[in-house]
Design a protein around this ligand. Sequence first.
Ligand code: FCB
Length: 458
Amino acid sequence: MSAPDDVRSERTLSFPEGFLWGAATAAYQIEGAVSEDGRAPSIWDAFCRSPGAVEDGESGDVACDHYHRWREDIALMRELGLQTYRLSLAWPRIVPDGDGEVNPEGLVFYRRLLEGLHEAGISPMVTLYHWDLPLKLQERGGWGSRDTVDAFVRYARTCYEELGDLVPRWATINEPWCVAMKGNLIGDHAPGEKDLSTALAVAHNVLLAHARAVAAFRDTGLAGDIGIVLNLTPATPASGREQDVAAARRFDGFFNRWFLDPLLAGAYATDMVEWYSRQGALPLVSTCEVETLAEPIDFLGVNYYYRKVIRASRNGMLRLTEVPQEGEHTTMGWGVTPEGIHDILVRLARDYRPIPIYITENGAAFPDKIDPDGRVRDPRRLAYIRDHLSQVHRAIEDGVDVRGYYAWSLMDNFEWERGYSQRFGIVYVDYPTQHRIPKDSARWYAQIIKKNGLPAEG
Ligand code: FCB
């Protein structure tokens, strides 16, 4: 006999005291105002203008107009009871040409925004780099050049000095895998290169920039935590065949270990070093320098969306292919695989040293619409978030030190090469009017935050 509803709703998966509940965004995806108050173009402004690069020729020119509507957006966060908000700073607003003069107007914008969050009782996590590299730096080699590493550290120092009193949590870089591989190997992100050697040089320089920015933060003596955000994608072999097992391990090396190993263990994964060397693509870096990449961090940010099933193939640089799976998929075409978030969290604690973790992004795009009564019903997103949260809870019970969760995203926004076709928000944005409507998932999330827990399924 099943339990009556009222009994069932009393059973709760409680999260640890002090667990932080939030939502995340990134500057280029929401701000708009790309030519205002001294902001200079980034690689994404340029990429959006190359024909065919972004769906429907869209760009972040206006996006959610958050640059002008941030007060309203903070009010919305407050209404939902968010305890923390993950945002990113636009480097081309703060140091427009990447490495020259600081633009005071850029700093004023972020100071007001951060003060506004504090006044609303919302504790920020600030990402220094979420993909909007100043275009001037790309013209001088971008992340492929060591000069960009130096420029990033100077930019980071400016941010610490000018905004550090308002920032309890810093994240240096968002998703180095995407910066390196989508931007420079696959080429569907800015700057749109397609070259493995460049991608690996970028991956190294981005990690180096991270490590040096962490060291620079320690030098300031400021209070606060600092970490990095990785997108992690677990890979399951399609069968027990040796080739499939090796292919899944290679995918893991390419996607996860190439970043986790240097950051947490100070060395590149040897199987991948061999693989890349055979392709003649490995940048020459000293072991001493690789060791510096493990500069101690206070937390690891994990972005999780899906896991993949992999089998060996004759094609592609990695000689593997993804096996399509049955079941629920989002409009991004991503499979819905909540157990993967548990597995990756447990694996981090097992394979590396224990480290505090924030889920810095997790969420789903579905085809939302405003119903005639003005409501946006998004049961599939609600279920996605609920099922992932319940797996995060399971990981915590298994001993993983998870400190908080950020839904991606606070609101619908510019989804990179997919333009505005993908709605990830828990808040709906009606782009023609810029009207914001909290979706059902947002209202539900507000309840979860209030309870610091999730109703267990009976
Ligand atoms: C992540 C990005 C984020 C958003 C989500 C859907 O890779 O960090 O900006 O686009 O995917």
